[in-house]
Design a protein around this ligand. Structure first.
Ligand SMILES: C[S@@+](CC[C@H](N)C(=O)[O-])C[C@H]1O[C@@H](n2cnc3c(N)ncnc32)[C@H](O)[C@@H]1O
Length: 369
């Protein structure tokens, strides 16, 4: 099927939202490894585009370079090598204009930012992702890597790519997927050959949830004991639903992505629109039961799990929180309310539901009834 060329027009609002999430993640990811003294780290942008849009708004590769620039002092001080891999390839085109624009954009940027040029080893490819992915996979496996897969459409969601990424514990990835296409074409053999989705199951919920549904079905394809966690961020563009799929095995990565997602949307942490109609739920109902907002429903579940002793300490609580796609703060709010109401006691001023307390400092705190 034919896809619209993203670079024919200036980036629209939802494309910019996507790019901002991409760059926010780079901003969180780069210093984590730089400050931990990693010897080498890698960033792969397999679908880089042209560098800038028609209005000179930066695309993913330039945004990545700028995030490296922000950390340049620490990078030199800690002597971290940064390998950057960009790729742009237009199918069926003899003259690869977009690749040439990408090359020029990067050369110009590095000429103007000689410190970044000295800090990184940049390789720019002009190859079909299908072959390049296999070629670069050994390098993705070698070092802590951040992988961007900003494809057109859905084709490269195929298991042969994402199940390879699943195996690599120190790789975080961000996919872009035109999830809404599944709704329309998910039954066709062409779509099934890339990603076989149970479209009857997916269509049990309204269209706006299609991106979530795609991820639910991806999860079913993962190995039984996988450590990989997948999170959606749905992006509404006109009447279409697209979205980001974030994947990582390490709780630190999950913590960072969820913080970015909840900062972007404080109501649902999962979309650039009110996907669960939370605004309506906030209005008092005159008749019938009031529905809980996503955050309040989570807090109610936490409270029940504490009261029935399914969750007994901050270690269990943080894991449950991430599993549910929430951030530590939401769980902490609930625990503080419970403490105030005399429902729980813990020997600390805060309930310690943070990544640092649980995974870094390994400070265990028991919650007693
Ligand atoms: C959604 S755009 C990426 C946008 C880019 N991240 C940016 O910020 O400008 C997808 C890009 O992938 C390129 N592309 C399409 N098929 C490809 C393939 N098989 N391998 C590599 N690149 C491909 C397209 O030319 C297009 O520029």
């Amino acid at each position: 099927m034919a896809y619209k060329d993203l670079h024919e027009n200036p980036f629209d609002e939802s494309t910019i939202a996507k790019l901002e999430i991409f760059e926010d993640y780079a901003q969180a990811w780069i210093p984590t490894f730089v400050m931990n003294g990693a010897e080498t780290i890698c960033i792969f942008d397999f679908f880089s585009g042209t560098g800038y849009d028609k209005n000179n708004v930066e695309g993913s590769p330039i945004r990545i370079l700028k995030k490296i620039k922000e950390q340049i002092g620490n990078i030199f001080q800690k002597k971290v090598k940064i390998k950057v891999y960009f790729n742009e390839w237009e199918p069926n085109k003899k003259v690869q204009n977009k690749f040439q624009l990408l090359e020029k954009a990067c050369i110009d940027f590095l000429n103007e930012n000689k410190d970044v040029a000295r800090a990184i080893d940049l390789k720019i490819f002009n190859e079909n992702f299908e072959t390049l992915f296999l070629k670069l996979l050994p390098f993705i496996k070698l070092y802590p890597s951040l992988v961007y897969l900003d494809q057109n459409g859905i084709k490269f969601l195929s298991e042969k790519y994402f199940l390879e990424l699943e195996k690599i514990k120190q790789t975080d990835f961000l996919y872009f997927v035109s999830a809404g296409y599944f709704w329309r074409f998910g039954d066709s053999n062409e779509f099934k050959s890339h990603f076989d989705i149970d479209i009857t199951e997916a269509k049990k919920d309204p269209y706006k949830f299609i991106h979530r549904k795609v991820i639910e079905q991806m999860r079913k394809k993962l190995p039984l004991k996988t450590q990989l966690k997948l999170y959606p961020f749905s992006l509404k563009k006109g009447s279409n639903i697209h979205g980001i799929i974030f994947g990582a095995s390490h709780p630190r990565a999950v913590d960072k992505f969820l913080s970015i997602a909840w900062k972007r949307n404080e109501v649902n942490g999962q979309a650039n629109f009110d996907i669960d109609d939370d605004a309506k739920k906030d209005q008092l109902l005159l008749f019938g039961e009031q529905k809980l907002t996503k955050k309040n429903e989570f807090k109610q579940n936490v409270r029940n799990k504490i009261l029935n002793k399914e969750i007994k300490n901050n270690f269990e609580l943080l894991d449950y929180t991430f599993e549910e796609g929430h951030i530590g703060n939401h769980a902490a709010e609930c625990l503080k309310e419970m403490k105030k109401n005399g429902e729980v006691i813990y020997d600390s001023t805060s309930p310690l539901v943070t990544y640092d307390n649980v995974y870094k400092l390994k400070k265990k705190l028991e919650y007693k009834l």
